[in-house]
Design a binder for this molecule. Sequence first.
Ligand code: GCO
Ligand code: MN
Ligand code: MN
Length: 389
Amino acid sequence: MPHSYQPRPEHKFTFGLWTVGNPGGDPFGPPVRNPRSPVELVHLLADAGAYGVNFHDDDLVPIDASPSKRDRIVSDFKDALDETGLTVPMATTNLFSDPAFRDGAFTSHDPEVRDYALQKTMRAMDLGAELGAEVYVFWGGREGAETDAGQPPTDAIKRYREAINYLAEYNADQGYGLRFALEPKPNEPRGNLFFPTVGAMLAFIQTLDRPETVGVNPEVAHEHMSGLNFTHAVAQAHDAGKLFHIDLNDQAFGRYDQDFRFGAESPKRAFFLVRFLEKVGYEGPRHFDAHAHRTSGWEDVRVFAEGCMKTYLILKEKAEQMRADDEIQALLGEINPDGHAQSEAANGFSSEGAASLKERSFDREALGERTQPYERLDQLVTDLLLGVR
Ligand code: GCO
Ligand code: MN
Ligand code: MN
């Protein structure tokens, strides 16, 4: 019998206020959906079956709100969370919308802008911690350049490092225990963003003062914009112990920043991702950083949110089917026999071992004649995904 694909809290499905709340504006036209308040969005997400809701500081509290207005908004939001049982696993800062950040926030040429960005982030961390967030995402939307005629990129890298180091100390000083997740993206809105890929971000993290508290927040669309294999990027982050969060959506290669519903564009790629996350037991939130088409009304936005979670659960079920499929498992065993233990690299280096390996004779031609049935394997997976297996 097919599952109902009903999301449950243990699936840890989360959405940003800015995702379901996206009113459908784009660079060519204004918003088309009447804005919904944070409280209304919490209810929309709860009705759809989500586990959590994330926000940028400005999504919840307008940038120019008075302290009393802030307190009222936060208290209404908390009431909505209590009523629905939704959690806030992650929070983040908007360091890209305000014109003050037009030439970057932490990497701006202007020290006053850099200080303002720190202040805004500390206040946003306070808000996130107040609402129970455990992960704090940094997406440097304006940290980039259209031309390299300005600062050398090393200045930007240095300034970004100073900011993250400063904020990591603030996190420790306040006892918040937030885990920082840095989100790379190659471009949009800037012509070129610094730290464009997961690999670039992983290398940067090792240069920080407190690398152990900092990981990454990879996003499907962002690696696809660079033409990269997202599952491989996620695997490298996981291998490094740095997969602190993940942004799920979909994106055709070579197109504008699309933020499509998870699995909408390339379900087979999404399948391999879900299979990986489930196999390694990724424990963080499954956050959907996507939004509904501009053509959608509010009812369709809810369908969009349900669709993200449903597709994840269908693909999770398909991964279980793949694991239980004898023919597929036999092929996997054929392709990847347990020869690991016999390889010299796995056994480790010794002078004697290296000397004997250098003397060993290999039948190179016979090695070159060995084949692998990936066509058979991949077609079986395709049959399974298309529902004829
Ligand atoms: C984008 C980014 C953002 C960030 C968000 C969280 O392409 O605009 O993915 O949606 O994820 O700002 O910090
Ligand atoms: Mn994005
Ligand atoms: Mn994102």
